[in-house]
Design a protein around this ligand. Structure first.
Ligand code: FES
Length: 169
């Protein structure tokens, strides 16, 4: 029953909850920060598109003075996501999971191919990301599912420009 509730409502600290809090004007649960820089203005933190809505708070803020390579968007400051951490970010209307695995940044589609679990709310150990819903494990370097090799999750190219983590949509 709690799994069904979790599937329908999302987790209390999940993306949907943060979006609701952001729209409602409440403080997001994660640390202070702001909206990331974006070449197109389309990128936004979960709950905080550049259109002026409230930001999901991560610190330090994404650099605003970095021009990302063609086709990339600045999604966060490289110091905002510590080694072994993963976060959900909405960029260009797409939810992605950005991970710092052993000092290397990786980006995957946020939706688990098993049953839609929010991968950005999963746990990261080395390069192995465990889905919070049923425990399927993915390699953040490739998107390949280690639990069921017939499955994978979309991977996005990532580069770090100065202090900015940039993702190619
Ligand atoms: S939704 Fe079932 S393992 Fe991810």
């Amino acid at each position: 029953m709690s799994l069904l509730k979790s599937l329908l409502r999302g987790r209390p600290d999940g993306l949907r909850a943060r979006l609701k809090r952001s729209i409602g004007g409440a403080q997001a649960p994660r640390a202070a920060g702001g909206s990331p820089g974006s070449s197109s203005g389309a990128a936004g933190w979960a709950g905080a598109p550049a259109s002026g809505e409230k930001a999901l708070h991560l610190s330090p803020e994404a650099p605003k003075d970095v021009t990302p390579p063609e086709g990339y968007e600045v999604v966060l400051h490289k110091d905002a996501l510590k080694d072994g951490k993963i976060v959900e970010i909405i960029i260009g209307g797409t939810a992605i999971a950005v991970a710092n695995a052993d000092g290397c940044f990786h980006a995957l589609a946020n939706t688990c191919p098993h049953a839609g679990g929010p991968l950005g709310e999963g746990s990261l150990e080395g390069s192995s990301l465990t889905c919070p819903y049923h425990g399927w494990v993915f390699d953040v370097r490739t998107g390949a599912c280690q639990t069921n090799p017939g499955f994978s999750v979309k991977r996005y190219e990532v580069v770090v420009e100065q202090d900015a983590v940039c993702v190619k949509l």
